[in-house]
Write a protein that binds this ligand. Structure first.
Ligand code: SAM
Length: 199
């Protein structure tokens, strides 16, 4: 989890207005764990090519979702799930008046009823980083759909290491039989895994 993702946007000059709105809400709510701007720009670019339906787990206060919505083409539907009621309410307020964006207060597994997705961002549940189950890309993605898992630490060798041990969460996605996946280094201390559903 990006501990300073909200603060990392500070003083950046060219943020989309909706991202600014979400950042203001996150700050007002005291929420520091928004995605980093490097990740925001990545998912915004991917959203531009995901005409149809975009999903996200872990809305937080809506910063990542705002990056997605800012990049998405007109007509694209976006749904994000957040289990914390207060954060879900804050995020819903950020996107009030944008009928193409839906914030759902629920466990991330609610997305199984909302897909399939052309782009799916895992940022709170379903990442396979903790004890919970990893999301199933075959059930959640449409044909050629793309999955993004945020917030890994760059590790040059194979297997990738985290805290001196093989990073099993990252390997889960990189070696997933249903995905063609790779990692993108976004900053010296940040990388994401991006995978496309195999036919
Ligand atoms: C890293 S923050 C998300 C940041 C957000 N995507 C952004 O870019 O601003 C992770 C969020 O996931 C939520 N979360 C964690 N586990 C969850 C679950 N099982 N289902 C839904 N939300 C979950 C947390 O409450 C937290 O708000």
């Amino acid at each position: 989890m990006s501990e300073r993702g909200t603060d990392a946007h500070q003083d950046l000059p060219d943020l989309p207005p909706l991202v600014r709105r979400a950042l203001d809400a996150a700050r007002a709510h005291g929420f520091g764990h928004s995605c980093r701007p490097e990740q925001g720009r990545l998912i915004s670019a991917l959203a531009a090519g995901a005409a149809g339906r975009i999903g996200e787990t872990g809305t937080g206060c809506g910063v990542g979702l705002a990056w997605l919505a800012s990049g998405a083409a007109p007509g694209t539907r976006l749904v994000s799930v957040e289990r914390d009621p207060a954060r879900a309410a804050v995020a819903a307020e950020v996107f009030a008046g944008l009928p193409q964006v839906e914030v759902v207060r629920a466990d991330w597994t609610e997305l199984y009823r909302r897909g399939p997705f052309d782009l799916l961002v895992l940022d709170g549940g379903g990442q396979g980083k903790d004890a919970g189950p990893a999301a199933d890309p075959r059930r959640l993605l449409g044909p050629g759909g793309t999955l993004v898992v945020d917030d890994f630490t760059p590790s040059p060798g194979r297997p990738p290491l985290f805290r001196g041990r093989p990073d099993t969460a990252r390997l889960h996605w990189l070696d997933h039989p249903d995905l063609r996946a790779t990692e993108l280094v976004l900053a010296p201390d940040l990388c994401s895994v991006v995978g496309t559903l195999r036919p």
